[in-house]
Design a binder for this molecule. Structure first.
Ligand SMILES: C[S@@+](CC[C@H](N)C(=O)[O-])C[C@H]1O[C@@H](n2cnc3c(N)ncnc32)[C@H](O)[C@@H]1O
Ligand code: SF4
Length: 406
């Protein structure tokens, strides 16, 4: 019976909002920093990244100031956390002088604790290659150069609207080998008019440099690009599939492990920064149009910075560089996790799913069982990994985890 007397106070009912509505995290994931540089020498006709032709000199000094202001305002959201990877991407970060990159990295180090051995990657376009400048990036602390080569065939490079030729690509790779602890070569395949023999020649040319890492992307026609308005003749699906089989065989022959759909690495040379995305880790994104994902004890927040470079510069100056900030809905967490984790050949551990989404495993039991039934994943008591069939039909596999009702 409930006592009626006023001198027996009812025990307070503790309602933990997190158990009702959101996830809860026992520990926060690793944290990386992404820095976006939004200018290029020329806009490539296939590219839908936030990149803009630099008409004249890019305003590098003002932009570094803006990045530093942006970072300072973001510090409370990552307070007390260490950063294990910095990625300076674009656009074309190698348009910036070594002095500007040095100032940027010094400013980051002064504000954010970087873990010992922190990976610091910079994306470079061979069209900006100068030996002194690339060497200067290494002196500024860049540990990993990622070079956008795309092809070693001058006619293909022209068809792609690239600003460089194969000789410049080779010179940039030679410098990366000499000056950096590790490096990556970006290639694309299924290029306009490309034959299997031409694709093979491109991959063999890249492998001749014994790169510790290569990323090989299927050229996709993205909406709102010049190629979408005037599509070039492209290899059909069967031809592209034959190219991918050849790429898989050639890379395996030289000991490169296909650890992600498009990424191949020698042991110890995986891109730690990208692996963190695929493992649903956290990243603060600063710079025009940069995306970020930050976990807090009871929620995950996604942020996007102002996209237009001039608007970003002005916004950062008045302390308003963030264009949008949204909490990831509990219903979307499993799908967002799977979009990333299933790209990895080794999949994910069950413990990591709960650790990174704050959800119980029961949240994915049904779609997981369905994926297994269709032969798209295999699982044991510890982990889930895509099968070769699941890797080939990745988007079908990922769709199984869409929240019901979407
Ligand atoms: C943001 S770019 C950075 C590299 C640098 N801007 C460059 O292009 O030299 C990263 C890579 O994405 C790939 N990429 C860009 N657009 C693509 C598309 N439409 N389809 C496939 N891969 C693409 C290219 O291989 C490119 O090197
Ligand atoms: S150089 Fe790279 S980022 Fe710039 S337009 Fe070309 S592909 Fe896009």
């Amino acid at each position: 019976m409930i006592p009626a007397s006023a001198d027996v106070a009812p025990a307070p009912v503790r309602i933990d909002a997190a158990t009702l509505s959101g996830p809860r995290f026992a520990a926060l994931p690793p944290l990386a920093l992404y820095v976006h540089i939004p200018w290029c020498l020329r806009k490539c006709p296939y590219c839908d990244f936030n990149s803009h032709e630099a008409k004249g000199e890019a305003p590098e000094a003002a932009y570094v100031d803006a990045l530093v202001a942006d970072l300072e305002l973001a510090l409370p959201s990552i307070w007390g956390r260490r950063v294990f990877s910095v990625f300076i991407g674009g656009g074309t970060p190698s348009l910036f002088s070594a002095a500007a990159i040095d100032r940027l990295l010094a400013a980051i180090r002064a504000r954010v604790p970087l873990e010992p051995g922190c990976e610091i990657t910079l994306e470079a376009n061979p069209g900006t290659f100068e030996r002194e400048r690339f060497h200067g990036y290494a002196e500024a602390g860049v540990t990993r150069l990622s070079i956008g080569v795309q092809s070693f065939d001058d006619a293909k490079l022209q068809a792609l609207g690239r600003v460089h030729d194969a000789a410049q690509a080779r010179a940039a790779i030679d410098e990366a080998k000499a000056a950096f602890a590790t490096f990556n070569v970006d290639l694309m395949y299924a290029l306009p008019g490309q034959t299997l023999a031409e694709c093979t020649a491109d991959v063999e040319a890249a492998l001749a440099f014994a790169p510790p890492h290569v990323s090989i992307y299927h050229l996709t026609i993205e909406p709102n690009t010049l190629f979408a308005h005037a599509p070039p003749p492209l290899p059909d699906d069967d031809a592209a599939a034959a190219m991918l089989d050849r790429i898989a065989a050639l890379t395996a022959d030289v000991g490169l492990d296909r650890y992600e759909v498009s990424a191949f690495a020698r042991p110890g040379h995986r891109s730690r920064h990208n692996v963190n995305y695929w493992e649903f880790g956290d990243y603060l994104g600063i710079g025009a149009g940069a995306h970020g994902k930050i976990s807090f004890p009871h929620r995950i927040v996604r942020q996007v910075r102002l996209r237009d470079p001039a608007a970003y510069l002005a916004g950062a100056e008045r302390g308003a560089a963030v264009a949008s900030e949204n909490e990831v809905a509990r219903a979307d967490l499993a799908f967002e996790f799977m979009l990333n984790a299933l790209r990895l050949r080794d999949g994910f551990s069950l413990a990591r799913f709960s650790e990174r989404t704050g959800l119980p495993l029961s949240a994915i039991e049904r779609p997981l069982a369905e994926a297994e039934r269709r032969g798209l994943v295999v699982r044991d008591l510890q982990s889930v990994r895509p099968t070769p069939l699941g890797f080939d039909f990745l988007s079908d596999l990922q769709q199984l985890f869409l929240p019901s009702g979407s």
